[in-house]
Design a protein around this ligand. Structure first.
Ligand SMILES: [Zn+2]
Length: 245
């Protein structure tokens, strides 16, 4: 079913030339209700990248949906999380679900249940790195390339205007822009590519409106992932060497 169009292409994730074996959903189907799985972005992937990413998705989909603040969060927990981790105590503990009851918080005048989970930021960050590479390929038609890498950070919403102001000049009006809202708020992203360099792009995404863990975030503090695709240190050094030569 995956079709020839995803075989023997460059892998969207590692950039390996002609080594893709399969189509990979950039945002795994397991993050969405079945009725929301049409038209999810797909890219070619090699088996190695596909396997590593699947492992990360297995953890992340359970963790993020358990802490979902989606409009249908309860349905996600009932229909998607419970069957998947019901007997998996290890995973339940890993995401801090054991003994975790929702706290009721007043968010802008609306009382909402908030689940605070022990999310593993390193695993999520690693998955976001893959997702950025996948979205880059999906929108620009080729891998990011080894000279660049996605620099990924979870950001507090209050910080966002500052982050954007510091880079806005590199992404002027009219530059290529991307974005979509998948699964009615399950995954929302936007991105832009700089005219300065095809490998320089910015991405911003949120999963299920999941909050940062910790007491230092206000209730309205929905965690937002930001990523910049930047030149690697080696590429910068090589360019500097070239200039001074
Ligand atoms: Zn690969």
């Amino acid at each position: 079913m995956a079709g020839k169009q995803y075989k023997n292409k460059d892998c969207a994730y590692c950039g390996g030339v002609g080594i893709s074996k399969t189509a990979d959903h950039v945002i795994a189907r397991s993050f969405f209700f079945e009725s929301d799985r049409g038209n999810l972005p797909q890219v070619p992937a090699c088996m190695k990248c596909n396997n590593i990413k699947s492992e990360l998705e297995h953890y992340a989909s359970a963790a993020l949906m358990a802490g979902s603040n989606h409009i249908e969060a309860d349905r996600y927990r009932q229909e998607m999380v419970r069957p998947r981790i019901g007997r998996n105590l290890k995973l339940q503990r890993e995401i801090g679900l054991v003994g975790n009851e929702a706290r009721w918080l007043n968010v802008n005048g609306i009382i909402q249940p908030m689940h605070e989970l022990k999310l593993n930021p390193h695993k999520l960050q690693e998955l976001v790195r893959y997702v950025v590479l996948g979205l880059y390929y999906f929108h620009l038609g080729k891998p990011l390339g080894g000279q660049f890498y996605p620099d990924v950070k979870m950001q507090h919403p209050d910080e966002e205007p500052k982050i954007w102001a510091s880079v806005a000049e590199w992404f002027p009006d009219g530059c290529p822009k991307f974005g979509s809202n998948l699964g009615r708020g399950s995954f929302i992203y936007e991105g832009a590519q700089s005219p300065a360099s095809e490998g320089f792009s910015v991405w911003r995404m949120s999963w299920h409106g999941v909050r940062l863990h910790g007491n230092n975030t206000p209730p309205q503090g929905v965690g937002v992932w930001w990523a910049f695709t930047r030149p690697t240190e080696e590429a910068v050094k090589a360019a500097e060497g070239h200039e001074s030569a």
